[in-house]
Design a protein around this ligand. Structure first.
Ligand SMILES: [Zn+2]
Length: 392
């Protein structure tokens, strides 16, 4: 397949956005020595935008580099804000589609948290699929209500009943989303009452709101409302609802199987004009943001200011890896004890607990998530340090 070809609509009418030559392929995998962290496997992110359907994709993506085994940890689920959001979403699905005493399938169910919610709220029976699932990690009241198969979902599981098939934060990891969704459609067959719910990150958060520290190798596809709609229509689904969620960071689509063969509608002109406008400006805005932080970090380094980053999640890992001057960042602070003592892939900074800063006395703290600024300031006051804070 031509790397310029859009994986959603198949056109070659796509254009280059940015090229990040080396990024660790697993942004959430930390290493137990600096040497191993520096030698972490890397891949290339070469983003292209589709002018026909409004999709963005990594044209240099190589799926053979990735293996989602049990070491994969999706850090989103630890955030209380994300958990509140997930609960509201599960309530909405149970209510809208009257999911009571029904069968629910969750493709890429992770640790089973969302499946457990759906089962609890509607007294439903659940079946999850996830190759990274660990049996001993589940601690839900509803655990007896659901089963997880330690495998990728495929048509060999077509005989399992399903009133709802949900699939959250999976599609953006799949290089050929058409083939995947067509296979889901074939699995449903003539069960036309089956509802399908998918959730993905919204590309507008990246290209319009410049959420560039969220670019990671694992995400090979970045959907817009237009490309998501196009994909579902082309794969034989009727779109019931399509909306932005989680403060513009995600897209949610509700669909049901269509009896007619897949016909993709062309996206509306207005939406495509917005998409063109943002993607055309993106390359320059991306470079400006990179230049700004190279200069800031360069200044800190050349003046021997002791600098740390607060936040060892994927944003921090991306930030450190795309900036050459990140060599001036000495440590990464994180409150998660599972991360402390380990090393950042690609750049090798050690992850330390907040208490470490009392001795280290940093002069600048870069904060990867401004939502936590107050919390971090309180913590540093207790540690008797008075650094400069910089929200990234
Ligand atoms: Zn396209």
């Amino acid at each position: 397949m031509d790397p310029r070809q859009c994986p959603v609509c198949g056109t070659l009418n796509t254009t280059d956005l940015i090229d990040i030559v080396e990024m660790p392929i697993y942004c959430n995998r930390l290493w137990d020595s600096r040497d191993k962290a520096l030698a972490a496997p890397k891949g290339r992110i070469r983003l292209r935008a589709c002018k026909k359907c409004g999709h963005v994709f990594n044209s240099a993506f190589d799926p053979s580099l990735l293996d989602y085994d049990q070491q994969y940890e999706n850090s989103l689920h630890f955030s209380s804000r994300f958990q509140r959001y997930a609960k509201q979403l599960a309530q909405r699905l149970v209510q809208d589609y009257d999911l009571h005493d029904k069968d629910v399938i969750d493709i890429g169910c992770g640790k089973g948290d969302f499946l457990a919610l759906l089962c609890e709220l509607g007294q439903n029976r659940g079946l999850g699929f996830d190759p990274s699932y660990e049996n001993n990690r589940v601690n839900h009241n509803a655990a007896s209500r659901f089963t997880v198969i330690n495998d990728y979902f495929s048509e060999r599981y077509h005989h399992y009943p399903a009133d709802l098939i949900c699939c959250r934060h999976v599609l953006e990891h799949i290089q050929h989303p058409q083939a995947f969704l067509q296979s889901v459609r074939r699995t449903i067959g003539k069960r036309l009452g089956c509802i399908v719910f998918f959730e993905v990150p919204d590309v507008f958060y990246t290209v319009k709101d410049m959420g560039i520290w969220d670019l990671i190798y694992e995400h090979c596809g970045y959907f817009s409302m237009m490309s998501l709609f196009h994909l579902f229509r082309a794969c034989g689904f009727d779109v019931l609802d399509l909306q932005s969620s989680f403060q513009g960071q995600f897209l949610c689509i509700d669909a049901k199987p269509d009896v007619a063969a897949g016909i993709a509608a062309d996206p509306g002109d207005e939406e495509m004009m917005d998409f063109h406008e943002y993607t055309c400006a993106f390359t320059n805005k991306y470079q400006e943001k990179i230049n700004y932080w190279e200069t800031e970090l360069g200044f800190l380094g050349q003046n021997s200011r002791k600098t740390v980053i607060w936040g060892g999640g994927s944003k921090g890992v991306t930030f450190l890896n795309v900036l050459k001057n990140s060599k001036y960042v000495e440590y990464v602070v994180d409150i998660n004890p599972h991360k402390q003592g380990r090393f950042v892939p690609g750049t090798g900074q050690k992850i330390v607990p907040p208490e470490f800063l009392a001795d280290f006395q940093p002069e600048a703290i870069l904060i990867m998530n401004a939502n936590y600024l107050e919390e971090i300031k309180n913590r540093t006051e207790q540690l008797n340090i008075t650094p400069t804070f910089m929200a990234v």
